[in-house]
Structure formats: C-alpha cells, structure tokens
Ligand binder design. Structure first.
Ligand SMILES: NC(=O)c1ccc[n+]([C@@H]2O[C@H](COP(=O)([O-])OP(=O)(O)OC[C@H]3O[C@@H](n4cnc5c(N)ncnc54)[C@H](O)[C@@H]3O)[C@@H](O)[C@H]2O)c1
Length: 328
C-alpha cells in the first residue's frame, strides 16, 4: 500500500521563492497546498501537482476551514509584501499584511490545533546596518525600514507563541535570493512587478540601451561597491525541507546565506560574462541606508541543519536567472 504523503500548507506559494519551494516539495513527495491571493503571485508559477486555494491569509474563516479539513505537518509562510522602498512610503500596508495578516494565520493554527509547526520567511533586513561581519544569528536586530521591522516583529511574536507552548517554529533569515529553477517541465524564476532586485534588473535590461547606476564606489570594500551574500533560490528551497525535518523544540533561527560576499561590480562583471554582452553602468552617489557589507555567517545552518548550498556561486546564480529571463 502506498504510504500517504505528508501534507504541507504553503502561504504565498504562487510567488518567486514559494513556487520554487513548492516544486521541490512536490519532488520530495510532499502533498502541497498553496494559499495565495495573487497580489504578486502568478497562477502560471504554481507547479503541477500542487493544490491551489485563491485566498488571503487575513481570512481567518477560510484558514480555519483549510486547517480543519487537513492534517498538515507544517505551514511554510512566505506570503507578505516585499518592497523595502514601498514600505518606507506606506508602512501601514506592510504592518497590515506582514504582521496583522500573519498573526491571523497563527491564530487560525492555534484555534484549529491542526498544525503547530511553522517555517517563516524572515530576512537579513532584520539586522539593519551590521556592526560586525559576518552576521551571526545573535547579532542585534535593528531594522532600518518598516519591511525589516515587520520581519523582526513577526519573529518576536513567533518566539512568544513558542514560549507559551502554542506553536513550534523555524525562522529562516534569507540573504539576497536570486537564480531560477530550470526543469524539463518548466522554469521557475524571479519576475517581481515592479522588480527591485539587482540581478533580474540587470538581466532584463540586456540589449535595451539602459545605463545602470551603482550606488557609490567609495565604501570600505575591496572595490568600493557594496557587498552582498547571494543564495540560489533552489538551495534556499532545500533549506526549507531541512528546516521542516528538524525537531522544532527550541527557538530556531537561521541565516540562509553562503558566508561569501560579492560586490555590485562583481555582479555586473559576472552578468556580462554570462550574457556575453556589455552592460553599461555608471557610478552614482551612495543610496541612503545602504551598508557596505551584508554577509551571513552560515555556520549555524550548516552545522545544525546540514545545509550545503550547491548552486550558490555567483556565476551559476546569474546563469540560471539568465536562462529563465531569456525564455520567459
Ligand atoms: N526575494 C528575496 O530576496 C527575499 C529576501 C529575504 C526574504 N524574503 C521573503 O521571502 C518571502 C517570499 O518572497 P518572494 O520574493 O517570493 O516574494 P513574492 O512577492 O514573489 O511572493 C509573495 C507571495 O505572497 C502572496 N501574498 C502576499 N500577501 C498575501 C496575503 N495576504 N494572502 C495570500 N497571499 C499573499 C503574493 O501574491 C505572492 O505570491 C517573503 O516573505 C519575503 O519577505 C525574500
């Protein structure tokens, strides 16, 4: 008799990282249900085999209905708004969706007692401007924008729910996520609208006569431009599977990065190599709030979850993103 599959509920599974993770969950034989309101996600990104419910995580009745009907081993919570610049102009929108709606999800989980495990998409944005690099998980959280504040506050809420014995959680603090998952059945990649991430922005502008601005080249970094830690979306998806398998018994917070930083100039140079195209850029003034280095210590996730990124070198990340962008 076929063993029944473990069920996972994924919020925001029609988005970039959520859809790649769902695809990999399905490949690992999980039964996947997605709830997504399609505010930023796309139906076409939902992998074949996943069940889809169009709905909002602020809808407690709907969540309770879904949770009462099924026994999920875990909820993976991606759904939120992600644009830092927008969060500075419209913080209410971010507190409403990322915090209040997220809290509704927790309330529904607690009320139905259907599933007590949650993996939360947190972010390096919780750290703000780091005082020490590489960033370890015990670094102080001092976010410098409402987006980062919502991530920090949701982590605090999770911690209190866990302390009260109501849920068990893992918070994964992603660094810069990029790349795509290319398979025979289709390709899953990044197409935010509007896009604010450097790699898809550069690649989508290839051959469009656009000159990019790099924000400052007078930072104390090897080539003067800001340095970031890039993680391939496929490796990140794998981190969720490892996180789900972990015994959720204590406070579990992990950086998801590689521990290696790449400068903005290196990103441009690598994109030129991958695309075989000159991509013009100029050096502009520094941008407020940018810090020189944002690089993870990846030791904890490597040691405690056995996380081994295999596609997270800059060339492979950009090559996969380019294949996706060229063909979509
Ligand atoms: N992309 C990155 O580099 C990065 C870095 C750090 C953290 N993260 C986090 O990872 C998660 C996923 O990011 P992404 O890049 O895939 O974003 P995305 O915008 O592509 O995906 C988010 C998905 O959530 C859905 N959604 C939003 N609010 C919802 C609601 N109230 N109810 C139901 N669905 C809702 C959207 O429709 C979308 O499909 C987010 O929590 C984000 O903060 C992303």
């Amino acid at each position: 008799m076929e063993k029944s599959k473990k069920k996972v509920l994924v919020t925001g599974g029609a988005g970039y990282i959520g859809s790649v993770t769902c695809k990999i969950l399905l490949e690992n034989n999980f039964d996947v249900t997605i709830i997504d309101n399609l505010s930023a996600g796309r139906i076409s990104a939902i992998p074949k085999g996943a069940k889809f419910i169009k709905g909002d995580i602020s809808d407690k009745n709907l969540l309770e209905k879904i949770l009462n009907k099924n026994k999920y081993v875990c909820v993976i919570h991606f759904a939120c708004f992600i644009r830092i610049e927008e969060s500075m102009i419209n913080p209410q929108k971010y507190f409403d969706n990322n915090l209040v709606a997220g809290l509704t999800l927790l309330q529904a989980m607690v009320a139905t007692k259907s599933c007590r495990k949650i993996v939360f998409s947190s972010s390096a944005a919780v750290y703000g401007v780091p005082k020490k690099i590489p960033l370890t998980e015990d670094a102080v959280m001092e976010p410098i924008n409402p987006y980062g504040q919502t991530k920090m506050l949701f982590e605090i809420i999770l911690k209190e729910y866990a302390r009260a014995g109501l849920i068990d959680y893992v918070a994964l603090r992603y660094f810069n996520v990029a790349g795509a998952y290319l398979t025979r059945e289709g390709a899953w990649g990044e197409s935010h609208d509007p896009e604010s991430h450097i790699i898809p922005l550069i690649l989508r502008a290839v051959n469009k006569n656009k000159v990019f601005s790099i924000f400052g080249d007078d930072y104390e970094t090897p080539d003067g431009t800001c340095v970031r830690d890039y993680i391939h979306v496929k490796d990140l998806a794998q981190a969720h599977i490892l996180a789900m398998k972990k015994k959720f018994k204590e406070e579990l917070v992990f950086n998801v990065g590689t521990g290696h930083g790449f400068s903005n100039k290196q990103v441009f140079q690598t994109a030129q190599k991958v695309t075989g195209t000159a991509i013009p850029y100029k050096i502009g003034p520094r941008r407020a709030g940018d810090c020189p280095f944002l690089v993870a210590s990846a030791k904890k996730i490597q040691k405690e979850l056995g996380f081994k990124p295999i596609r997270s070198d800059l060339y492979t990340i950009i090559k996969d993103a380019w294949e996706y962008i060229k063909n979509t």
